[in-house]
Every structure is written in C-alpha cells, then in structure tokens.
Design a protein around this ligand. Structure first.
Ligand SMILES: Nc1ncnc2c1ncn2[C@@H]1O[C@H](COP(=O)(O)OP(=O)(O)O)[C@@H](O)[C@H]1O
Ligand SMILES: [Mg+2]
Length: 689
C-alpha cells in the first residue's frame, strides 16, 4: 500500500508506513469509509470485503513499455539522441526530472473492469507522452500508472525547468479535457487527475540505451526528490522543490507550502505548488518586473536604432538586426529603444520566439497580430472577432478575404476558414499576404515598428513571412527589428535597407558601473572587483547572476560602506544559470567538436595544435575541421601559422565550465594522455639532438 505521506510502497498488512511512520488507512472499495482490514463486511455499507478486488495495475513488460515510448516519439529525435550518445554518456549534467502519476486508477478499474481501464490508461499515456515531447522532454520510465520524464537529458536544453513546469500544466489541462470527454460517455466515472512532482539537480548520465532510456550513475538524490514531490502533490497539482523554484521564479505564480520533511533528507525541503504561468514569458520580462539594473553604455547602438526610426518615419522603410550571444543585452537594448520612442506617434508591436516554440507555426507573427488588434490574454472568441473586425475596418482591409485567416491564426472557433476551399499552400500564401497588408496599410495611418525577438528559435513559417514582408517595406513607414544569436543564419543580409548591430561584451568600466549599482556602493575591494570581472567577462547577465549568487551565499560583506569578500575563497562555484547558458551553447556543437573542446579545456586555456593532435590521435583533416567549427562559433581563437598554431579559449569562463562538466575519471584519463604526449615530445626532441 502506498503511503500517503512519503509515497513508499508498503507490503500489504502494514498499519504504519515503515519508512516514515504515517498511519496507513484502508478504505472500503465500495463506500470509501475507513476499515481495519480484518472485517468480512464493511461496517458502513455492508460491502463484502472477502472477495478480492481485481489486481490494480498489471505491470507492463519491458518491451511493452518501450513500445509505448517509441511509438510516440517525434520523427528525428531518436536519431539525434542516438547519434550523440557517445558524447552524452558519462557527463555531469543538470537535469529536471518530472514524475507524473495518475490518481484514481483503482476506482476506475473497479468500475469499468481491467480491460477498459487499460484502454483508458493507454490514452492517458498518449497525452502524457505528447505533452512531454511538446516541450522537448523525453519519457524515461513508464511506471504502473504514470511516467518519469527528463528535461535537459539526454540532450541539453535551455530553460529545462521552465519547460518541465509548462509541460506539467499542459498535462493537467489536457487531462481535464479528456476527463470531461469520458464523463460525457459515462456519467459515473470520477475525474481522472494527475499528481506531478518536479525537481532540478545534478546527475551523471550513465548509459543511453537504444530505446533512449537514460541510466544514471551517481545520481545523488535528484531523481528521488522529484518522486517525493510527486508523492506530496495533491491531485491535479504540480509540486516543485526549491531548486526548480529558484530557476523559474517570476515566470509562474507559486504558492509556498513551507518546509516539509522528506525521506532521505536531513534538512526539511522548501516545497512550492505551481499555480499558473505569470504574464512574464522570458527571463528578461522577469528582470524588468523585478527592477532593472541601470542601463550602461550602448549609446551608439541606441542612436543607430533611433536613426533607423527617423528614416522609416520619413517613408524609407528599414530593417535592423541586433545580434549577440545570450545575455549580452539584445532585449535590454530593444527595451531602452522602446522607452526612447514612447512618446512618438508610432505603433510599436513586439513578437517573440520562445525556446520551446520553434515547433509552433507563426508564433511571433501571431504575437504581433495580437498586439496589432489589441487582443489580450483572456479575451473570448466573440471579443476577438469584434476587435479584428474593428481593426480591419480602420486600416480599410477587406473583411471577407482576411477575417477567416486571422481568426484561424487566433484559434477562434468557427473562423469560417473551412468554407473557403483551398490547398494548404494557397492558404499559406494568403496568410502571408494578409500579414503583409496589415503591416503596410497600418503604416499608412501611423509609422510601425515591428520587433521580432530571438529568431534563433523561430519556426519556419514565421521566417518565411518575415522574409516576404521585408521585400515590400523600402517604401513604407515601417521599421522591422530582429534580435537573434549569431548561430541564426538569416536570408536577408544583402538588402541595402537592412543593417546589423553586433552587440559586444561590456568594457570593464561598464561592468563595474553595473556592479556598483547592484552592490549599492561606490567602494569595492579590489579582490572582489577582480573576481567579478574575471567570472563575468563583460556579459551583463553574468554580472547580475554572479552577484546574486555571491549575495545568496553570503560571500559579500559590507563594512564602513565598502564591499569585500567575506572569506578567502579559492574556488567560487559558477551559478547554475550562467552554467546553463554556456553549456547549452557548447552542447549544440556538432559531434566531435565538443570532445575536442573538452580535451582542450583539460590542457589549459591555451593549447597548441601539436599537443591536441597527439592527445586526440585523430586524422589531421578531421581534427582541423573540428577546430574550425570551434573557431567559427567563436569559442576558440587561433594564433600563429599552421602547423605552429595555438588555440585559446576566447573566454576563461567557458573553459572553466567545460572543464567542470567532465567527469573526474575521464579527466584523469585525458590528463594521462596529455602527460604521455608531452613526454613523447620531449623524447623525440632528445632523440633528435
Ligand atoms: N547595457 C546594459 N546595462 C545594464 N544592464 C544590462 C545591459 N545590457 C543588458 N543588461 C541586463 O543583463 C540582463 C541580460 O540582458 P538581455 O537583454 O536579457 O540579454 P539578451 O537578450 O541578449 O539575452 C538583463 O537583466 C539586462 O537588464
Ligand atoms: Mg533576450
């Protein structure tokens, strides 16, 4: 019997949980009143307690489980994971684990019989698996009446904790729908509800099987704690532990449930219940809500945007791309620009791609359209219809040939699109046309600034739309702004009215100006100053996170208004937020290149071509091609002339993070190889003499 407190599965007949001592109560399967377990008939309703109820859950065979998991996997994902299997194995990773369990399978199987209950369970599995995949998680285990899913392993993911929570909310939502549907067929079925627990922590990936299941080594208690959270959760809720909370604070509304004792943990754990997503959708929204660090530098960049706007206002449409790595300040620059034009007569529209939205067609385009028609969260179908009609009238666009398309994009019921017979291609073309007309006609009334954020996560259809609209803006009062990371390859570089702003890292002076603001003092001890500069390397996001983490760890003390390190620390751990940003970048490298980077990090911040060649023992062409990938992605830079070249980690922080991600045993092996290689070279040199 499962303990209601700690979820431990006790043998039948136990009165108290042998793990946590909670009283275990038995219930009459008929009326639900408490029974001792020794009676022949229920004292409340007279139900015959001697006839054994049917076995609750038939354990699925391993093959059956696998079959289920595989059946629902999106195309391509299997190959992607398997092709990267070697490099995933034996890595230290941060992963978010989600346990999801169904409440009420027992009464269901009693009511419908095992056969039918299983067919329902199958549909439940399908929903669970789909909703996990929607957010790029993988299902790692099928339990009797639920699943265990992973986000961030085997493939590293940005925003894994956020995805896990969103996936859990989607599961609850879908289950309610499913339950309602069942209820229509059979009135006496109780609602099916899931209990979900989530926890984020470090794991060491063991092996990855052909079925994509991840075995863990030295897991610590990350997996355990997630399962404990699930055990604590009420039906239809998601419970998370503190680590996940810290990484997603501000993106959702939570209810703090206080500290709870958890089996296997010495200290009680802070537990939170997820209520709903907040209005903030990105890390930047959350910072803006919390209060931003005063803006430093970027004077020229801001000027450039303002100039672009001036030209666009005068009828010479412009497009500007703001490009930088994560955390350098693309969103912030856009925010400051928006502030700077706040009083101008302009329609400022923003659309976003999200890290988990690249599979959602037209995501940023729909954002822009919603902003254009002033459609807000919570607007009902009829309200949306009215707003769109009104908007179309204002810009003078024909209703019949545009309304159904827009309503369909907004997922409004009875959009009228099915009454228009056309091929998917023709529909797509019309969607593009409608979007373009709205932008252009809108700009005849007021200049339009349309900003598209984070195109590196864009879906294909949105990209096509943007390209299409871009063709026609040179003569319109339109400024299009795109932000993206360098890995995004756009197709509009050649246009004369398109310009690019490459955001650089902050200078030391600018970083320090942020630091003084964050620490709220002018006077900072030189050691602390140097530590911060070294660990943050001009990335404003890192500056904020690093100082936050030093404060959390109480490593900064203020005496006589001067800030200094509270203790002499040798090794400061890099906060996991920073770690994740860097690792996500490293993990997206192609096969082989990442291994070369890891080996390089084991040598030093700088290593010679000769040495890495001896250590890696790869064919020359292959090694050179890996190194060139690393150079192109600006992780390494090269010095000297081949073959006397040396490679240097552009940022020391990247080297630290990569080095930390390698397991101790693997590190030792690499060190031995390096030792041998160096010795071999000395021998050669001696021999030559
Ligand atoms: N020039 C700046 N001055 C002060 N803070 C900045 C600056 N640029 C960025 N930041 C802060 O750093 C964090 C990361 O910036 P963000 O714009 O979100 O980066 P990106 O969009 O490039 O990933 C934000 O909290 C932002 O307010
Ligand atoms: Mg951003």
């Amino acid at each position: 019997m499962k303990c209601p407190q700690c979820a431990f599965d006790n043998k039948p007949g136990k009165k108290f949980c042998i793990e946590c001592g909670t009283k275990l109560t038995l219930k009459c399967p008929e009326c639900g009143s408490e029974i001792e377990g020794t009676e022949k008939f229920c004292g409340e309703c007279g139900h015959d307690l001697t006839t054994p109820s049917e076995p609750i859950v038939k354990e699925l065979s391993f093959d059956e489980k696998l079959d289920k998991i595989q059946r629902y996997l999106p195309k391509g994902l299997t190959e992607k994971i398997l092709s990267q299997r070697d490099r995933i194995e034996g890595e230290r990773k941060q992963v978010t684990v989600m346990f999801c369990d169904m409440e009420g399978f027992t009464p269901l199987s009693e009511l419908l019989g095992i056969e039918e209950a299983y067919s329902i369970m199958d549909q439940v599995y399908e929903i669970l698996i789909h909703k996990v995949h929607d957010y790029d998680g993988t299902v790692n285990e099928m339990t009797g009446d639920g699943i265990m899913a992973l986000f961030g392993a085997p493939i590293a993911l940005e925003d894994a904790p956020q995805r896990a929570i969103r996936s859990s909310l989607a599961i609850h939502r879908e289950m309610t729908k499913f339950s309602d549907k069942l209820k229509q067929e059979r009135k006496d079925i109780l609602p099916i509800k899931m209990r979900i627990g989530i926890h984020t922590g470090p794991v060491v990936v063991g092996t990855v099987g052909n079925d994509l299941r991840v075995e863990f080594k030295a897991v610590g208690d990350t997996v355990n704690l997630a399962s404990r959270m699930e055990g604590l959760a009420d039906p239809e809720t998601t419970y998370i532990a503190e680590d996940t909370f810290k990484l997603t604070e501000g993106l959702f509304r939570f209810e703090a449930l206080g500290e709870k004792d958890v089996k296997g943990k010495k200290d009680p754990i802070k537990v939170y219940r997820v209520i709903a997503p907040s209005t903030s959708r990105t890390r930047f929204d959350v910072s803006a809500e919390r209060g931003l660090t005063p803006f430093v530098g970027r004077v020229r960049e801001l000027e450039f945007l303002l100039d672009g706007f001036e030209r666009a206002k005068g009828g010479r449409g412009q497009a500007i791309s703001i490009v930088s790595e994560a955390g350098i300040g693309k969103s912030r620059l856009l925010y400051e620009f928006r502030k700077a034009v706040a009083s101008a007569d302009v329609m400022f529209l923003e659309g976003r791609c999200l890290s988990y939205s690249s599979g959602v067609a037209y995501h940023p385009v729909i954002d822009i359209l919603k902003a254009n028609f002033d459609i807000r969260q919570g607007d009902g179908d009829s309200e949306i219809r009215e707003k769109v009609k009104r908007g179309l009238k204002i810009i003078g666009l024909d209703e019949a040939s545009s309304l159904p398309y827009l309503l369909e994009l907004f997922s409004v019921k009875d959009s009228g699109i099915d009454k228009i017979p056309m091929s998917p291609e023709a529909k797509k073309d019309r969607n593009m046309e409608v979007f373009k007309l709205i932008t252009l006609k809108g700009s005849e009334i007021r200049p339009v600034i349309a900003a598209y954020e984070d195109l590196h996560w864009s879906d294909k259809s949105s990209e096509e739309v943007l390209k299409y609209v871009l063709e026609d803006i040179p003569g319109a009062r339109v400024l299009m702004i795109f932000t993206y990371r360098p890995e995004f390859v756009h197709t509009w570089g050649g246009k004369s009215y398109h310009n690019q702003i490459n955001l650089n890292r902050l200078s030391n002076r600018e970083s320090l100006s942020m630091v003084t603001d964050l620490l709220n003092t002018e006077s900072i001890d030189i050691d602390l100053e140097e530590l911060i500069l070294e660990k943050t390397e001009g990335v404003p996001f890192f500056v904020e996170e690093f100082i936050r983490s030093l404060n959390d760890l109480k490593l900064i003390e203020k005496k006589n208004n001067k800030c200094r390190l509270a203790k002499d620390i040798q090794d400061v751990t890099i906060p996991s937020t920073i770690h994740d940003v860097i690792m996500a970048r490293v993990d997206s490298l192609p096969e082989g290149a990442k291994e070369v980077l890891q080996t390089g990090s084991t040598i030093e911040r700088e290593f010679t071509y000769d040495l890495i060649k001896r250590v890696k023992e790869l064919p020359e062409q292959e090694l050179l091609s890996h190194l060139s990938v690393l150079k192109d992605s600006e992780l390494l830079y090269e010095r000297g002339i081949y073959p006397e070249t040396a490679y240097i980690f552009k940022h020391a922080l990247t080297r630290d993070v990569v080095y930390e991600s390698i397991l101790t045993r693997k590190k030792k092996n690499i060190h031995v190889k390096i030792g041998n290689a160096i010795e071999g070279r000395v021998e050669n040199w001696r021999g030559a003499k």
